[in-house]
Design a protein around this ligand. Structure first.
Ligand code: NAD
Ligand code: IPM
Ligand code: MN
Length: 354
């Protein structure tokens, strides 16, 4: 039978609450669809691990999880105990870079039954994909603090955009657009103000588009693009952006479609030289952690994206169907969606639908 080795990394906060629900659903679907998941659990990539060991991950973390077929990740961060840039640059951001996961794919979809904060929108009006560059751009470690502690103190952080880095994520985005019925791509830019890197981004989009004459494309400056997400979400199909713009758009999009609690993400290395990481868009939510009320759907949907990546397309589709059925039922929804189900009840309901 088909068998996959998956590294399970719950991380911090609600990561530890929603990952078990994701696993519950994955185990059920594997049984139904006749494949085996071999799960290895890891406690590193968490602030608890940091407080015990003085680092976020063991030295040999790449050997430990680099041979798996995929990594199923929760969330990391506990800013009251460990500064965010320390915890994130010691874990998740290393996965993305060292495993060359240069595509961060984040679906935005208004599902039936989900209360939409935008007036008059119904399912079908909001259905697009954010493709976020995931290894360079504004997230660079080039820079530093000069003259610390003096009146002349200043900080600099460079944005890095490489031709290879931009082109490969654009190629992924254009090919994705080609496979979707609307065949439309929108590029996020800011070439009016950010006068070197962003015009270069635009130039690469223009050049790349020539290879995809069947894809209609446009571009918007990030400021008006955020407004258009709210006012005209129906305009979008595939939206591609740099690391920072993609980050912002992929919280805004899901908020427009109801809640960030259901937003899923796939950090993909398309060449499959390394495992890809599947995790919800949201973080560890310290404000609600430990209460058992987090929405597990972002994690469960990320599990479906993982199965898609592993080639189990039918199983992935079946998870989405189960999610939609549970969302249609108000009593099975978590609080962020106006229901009163807790994390476990929502996870169990989805597993039972399968
Ligand atoms: P967050 O996504 O953790 O939380 C933002 C708000 O959304 C909070 O009010 C939270 O309660 C709510 N929320 C998030 N997920 C939810 C869910 N599943 N169900 C219901 N409500 C949910 O963002 P933040 O507060 O900016 O960050 C908290 C910590 O998480 C920080 O340490 C941050 O760096 C980290 N973070 C990690 C990741 C990741 O691991 N991928 C992503 C984002 C933030
Ligand atoms: C995300 C998160 C991370 C990011 C943070 C926690 C570093 O917000 O995955 O969207 O900015 O990429
Ligand atoms: Mn984010």
């Amino acid at each position: 039978t088909r068998s996959y080795r998956v590294a399970v990394v719950p991380g911090d906060g609600i990561g530890k609450e929603v990952v078990p629900e994701g696993v519950r659903v994955l185990e059920k679907i594997a049984k139904r669809h006749g494949f085996t998941l071999k799960l290895d659990w890891y406690d590193f990539s968490s602030c608890d691990y940091y407080l015990k060991h003085g680092r976020m991950m063991p030295e040999d973390w790449k050997e430990q999880i680099g041979g798996h077929d995929a990594i199923f990740f929760g969330a990391v961060g506990w800013p009251a105990r460990v500064p965010d840039h320390v915890s994130l640059w010691g874990s998740l951001l290393l996965f993305r870079r060292d495993f060359d996961q240069y595509v961060n794919l984040r679906p935005v979809k208004l599902l039936p039954g989900v209360p939409c904060p935008l007036a008059g929108r119904k399912p079908g009006d909001i259905d697009f994909m954010v493709v976020r560059e995931n290894t360079e751009g504004e997230y660079s470690s080039i820079g530093g603090k000069m003259f610390p502690g003096t009146a002349r103190e200043f900080v600099v952080q460079e944005t890095v955009m490489t031709r290879v880095g931009i082109d490969r994520v654009l190629k992924y985005a254009f090919e994705l657009a080609q496979r979707r019925p609307k065949r439309h791509l929108t590029s996020a830019t800011k070439s009016n103000g950010i006068s070197i890197t962003m015009p270069y981004w635009d130039e690469r989009v223009e050049e790349m588009s020539k290879g995809y004459p069947d894809v209609r494309w446009d571009k918007y400056h990030i400021d008006i693009l955020t407004a258009n997400f709210v006012l005209h979400p129906d305009w979008f199909d595939v939206v591609v952006g740099s690391n920072l713009f993609g980050d912002i758009l992929s919280d805004l999009g899901p908020a427009c479609a109801g809640t960030i609690g259901i937003a899923a993400a796939a950090n993909i290395n398309p060449e499959r030289n390394y495992p890809s990481v599947f995790e919800p868009v949201h973080g560890s939510a310290p404000d609600i952690a430990g209460q058992g009320i987090a929405n597990p759907i972002g994690q469960i949907w990320s599990g479906a994206m993982m199965l898609d990546h592993l080639g189990e397309h039918e199983a992935a589709g079946a998870i989405l169907t189960a999610i939609e059925r549970v969302l249609a039922e108000k009593t099975l929804r978590t609080r962020d969606l106006g229901g009163n189900a807790d994390t476990v009840a929502c996870g169990k309901a989805i597993a039972e639908m399968i």
